[in-house]
Ligand binder design. Structure first.
Ligand code: FAD
Length: 385
């Protein structure tokens, strides 16, 4: 099948699935701060969250281009991929760096949805973006690591069976380079919670199932370490390009949802005897937001093509994430303005999507940190940290 045909068929199929989960579904969950369990199960059963798992391990063996279409369409439908996007890409660390035994044991079950691996524990309250300074320590005792420390903003822990946890196995003072001495552990949450691990939900601006997590002598079997001890930072970086491209696609989906809603409302709403969209003060900002969403999409497609071709794409993946997050945020603001007071009413969903798309200025990586990457690593400017 030609690539365009495959992409169009995929779009149509995901769109049809999403149509079974209308705005009211997401709105009601948002009000209750509840997890979209039925949606995630439906998406999993249809195989979409296993897009990036190779066929021989039970997935569909598709590329990031296709995976990104799935998430884009979810957001474009008015839903929120953040509930489950990590099931798609967190397993990449296991796929690329796990042992053959780990891959064969976990990946088919992740592909079928029997196991959920959609929690990734990196951020800590005292060190934030400065990942190498993290304080959570895992000390080896025989066949186990004993983990002590704290993480914050760890999402979907309560809706996962497994979590990838980034810890220090060597204190930062004892390594030559600060990026050394970090390791990745696969934590079985079914055993861990209540046995050395405590999870406290964080009430947040968006419905994101996010939590703070405490480790008090949590024991993790050494066989659950992914890859070599001390090399965790490199494994972390390895997964970032795919994540950036997928998030960019979600933002493009958000952007397109906003533009569609803004256009519809601007045509229907009549004030001073004419549709508000006839006023250039309303029309031009929507047109500009559309231009920026479509331009961001081109960078997302370019980054995905390079990624799937096995070529370096760090610059493109980061630029796609930045451009798409900015474009979706611009589209969100323009749509709020177009809706006037009604933009604030929950029943139109604009305020919910507005809150949701705002996240991508900050997480999983903030705009400033992307600019620092471009400045330092693409343009060769002096490092600021
Ligand atoms: C809803 C939500 C869900 C999340 N889910 C997860 C998750 O599942 N797993 C996980 O590990 N983390 C998660 N995070 C954490 C997220 O990745 C971090 O919030 C984000 O990386 C920023 O870190 P911080 O909040 O500690 O900000 P800080 O590092 O404290 O930074 C604060 C601000 O200062 C800026 N800044 C800091 N240093 C510099 C510098 N040198 N130059 C310029 N600007 C700088 C940053 O860009 C940012 O704007 C989530 C966050 C949220 C809000």
């Amino acid at each position: 099948m030609a690539i365009n045909e495959l992409h169009n068929d995929l779009r149509t199929a995901v769109r049809e699935l999403c149509a079974r989960f209308p705005d009211s579904y997401w709105r009601e969950l948002d009000a209750r701060e509840a997890y979209p369990e039925e949606f995630v199960k439906t998406l999993t059963n249809a195989g979409y969250l296993a897009a990036l798992i190779p066929e021989e391990l039970g997935g569909s063996g598709l590329g990031v281009a296709e995976a990104s279409i799935v998430l884009e369409e979810v957001n474009r439908s008015g839903g929120n991929s953040a509930a489950c996007h990590a099931q798609m890409y967190t397993m990449g660390t296991l796929l690329r760096h796990g042992s053959e035994e780990q891959r064969r044991h976990y990946l088919p079950k992740i592909a079928s949805g029997d196991l959920r691996l959609q929690a990734f524990g990196v951020t800590e309250p005292t060190t934030g973006t400065d990942t190498t300074q993290m304080k959570t320590m895992a000390v080896r005792r025989g066949n186990h690591y004993v983990v002590n420390g704290q993480k914050v903003w760890i999402s979907r822990v309560e809706h996962s069976d497994l979590m990838l946890l980034v810890v220090r196995t060597t204190p930062v003072e004892e390594v030559q380079k600060k990026t050394e001495g970090l390791s990745i552990l696969l934590v079985d949450l079914r055993d861990a919670i209540g046995n050395g691990m405590t999870v406290n939900p964080i009430r947040a601006m968006i419905n994101h199932a996010t939590t703070e997590v405490f480790f008090d002598n949590l024991e993790v079997p050494v066989e659950n370490r992914v890859g070599e001890e001390g090399k965790g930072f490199r494994y972390l970086l390895d997964g970032l390009n795919a994540e950036r491209i997928l998030i960019a696609a979600e933002c493009v989906g958000d952007g397109r949802w906003f533009i569609e809603r803004a256009c519809r409302y601007a045509k229907d709403r009549v004030v001073f005897g004419r549709p508000i969209g006839q006023n250039q003060g309303i029309q031009f900002p929507i047109a500009r937001a559309h231009v920026n969403v479509e331009a961001a999409d081109l960078m997302r497609v370019r980054a995905a093509d390079l990624f799937d071709d096995g070529q370096p794409c760090g610059a493109e993946a980061n630029m796609a994430k930045l451009l798409a997050a900015d474009a979706s945020w611009e589209a969100a603001n323009v749509t709020m303005q177009t809706y006037g007071g009604f933009g604030f009413a929950e029943e139109f969903d604009v305020e919910r999507k507005f809150r949701e798309t705002r996240l991508y200025q900050t997480a999983p990586i903030s705009t400033n940190l992307i600019l620092a990457f471009i400045g330092q690593h693409v343009l060769g400017l002096p490092r600021s940290f």
